[in-house]
Design a protein around this ligand. Structure first.
Ligand code: MN
Length: 362
């Protein structure tokens, strides 16, 4: 599978008149090589030329990993030597990189300088080119999603009994993460959000040491990673009896989320899905409190194409996977968000999530 993906990238390089591509550690490197490296203070680069030749510049500590996962050429350096030696050897063996594709959104200055040292004559952003490949998931990728989703759903179920007056948000986050780990999650793709009461009005309210109180809504937004693939769930629960206003926004978000899900099918644009949720929330008078896009693609990254938002005219096609997660955030009072994970099929879609969207009162 990595060989096929690599060949597709080489074909795209040629179409774009690029001589090579430099990939840094992260989801793209994993996607094309199966190699999981971390972007760190040590330089790690993969170089793929239009001839299909794959080379790596890595620190000595990573050599055995690169050797076991790929058959690319390896130019390595010790901590004492620094990357200069390996870059010089790479340049001597590979020749000038020429016109090179790089990831503008992810590459750091030190990696760009390294590409320049390999005689990159010009750079071009290849992010959207790579997105166009990663956006379409195959059977194996969808199977990984299913397992990742099972992990988040079971973990949420197992954590509900801990959510009660007096519990603190960080404790709930720790419980969620513990339950996910025990079920095989490789880690968390983003900081776990547990936002209770007034903190629920912060869409990215990471768990704090705030104590959960009776009469509050609690927004739980967290993710698992299985075989590199991310599941991203949000549910909002009530602790004790909540106000009519909070009940009202819960009902509106639930209706908007369901309407957006029901609007999904191949051939519809991302804009139209966003519009369905946004219109419903606006018609109920809460338009100004829905402050983000309706969803984002998921895969090896927690946020990737396709982005489910206004003005995105991208047409949904079989294999695309993304979230649907409208929300309403009332300053000082609380927030509601409900999020499912969707995969488009030839004739419809699969909602990978089955966790109830009815209001749970604890
Ligand atoms: Mn999300």
């Amino acid at each position: 599978v990595f060989e096929t993906r690599k060949n597709k990238l080489v074909r795209l390089l040629k179409e774009q008149n690029l001589d090579s591509v430099v990939i840094i550690p992260g989801p793209n490197l994993y996607y094309f090589t199966g190699l999981q490296l971390k972007q760190s203070e040590r330089l790690n680069l993969a170089i793929l030329t239009k001839d299909g030749e794959l080379s790596f510049v890595v620190p000595q500590v990573e050599v055995s990993k690169v050797e076991s996962e790929t058959d690319g050429r390896i130019f390595w350096y010790t901590d004492e030597q620094g990357a200069g030696k390996a870059l010089a050897e790479c340049k001597a063996a590979c020749g000038p990189l020429g016109k090179v594709g790089i990831e503008y959104g992810n590459m750091r200055v030190m990696e760009l300088k390294a590409a320049e040292a390999l005689e990159a004559s010009a750079t071009e952003d290849i992010s959207s080119l790579i997105d166009s490949l990663r956006m379409y998931k195959d059977e194996q990728e969808i199977e990984n999603f299913r397992i990742a989703v099972k992990i988040v759903e079971e973990s949420l179920e197992a954590t509900l009994p801990y959510i009660k007056p007096g519990a603190n948000e960080l404790d709930i986050a720790a419980q969620l993460e513990y339950e996910m780990r025990r079920r095989g999650s490789q880690g968390t793709p983003f900081g776990t959000i547990v936002a209770s009461g007034y903190r629920g009005a912060l869409p990215h309210g990471r768990a704090s040491n705030k104590t959960i109180e009776r009469g509050e809504l609690v927004v739980l937004d967290f993710g698992s990673i299985y075989a590199g693939y991310v599941a991203d769930i949000t549910r909002t629960v009530a602790v004790g009896e909540i106000s009519d206003e909070l009940k009202e926004i819960y009902a509106v978000v639930k209706e908007a989320q369901q309407a957006a899900v029901d609007a999904i099918k191949p051939g519809v644009t991302c804009h139209e899905i966003d519009d369905t949720a946004r219109k419903l929330i606006r018609d109920k008078g809460y338009g100004e409190y829905f402050t983000h896009r309706t969803g984002h693609g998921i895969g090896l990254g927690a946020h990737e194409a396709p982005y489910i938002m206004q003005t995105n005219q991208l047409v949904l096609k079989s294999g695309m996977s993304f979230t649907v997660e409208p929300g309403i955030y009332l300053p000082k009072k609380g927030g509601v968000r409900i999020e499912d994970n969707i995969v488009i099929t030839e004739d419809g879609f699969i909602n990978l999530m089955s966790f109830t969207k009815d209001l749970i009162t604890l």
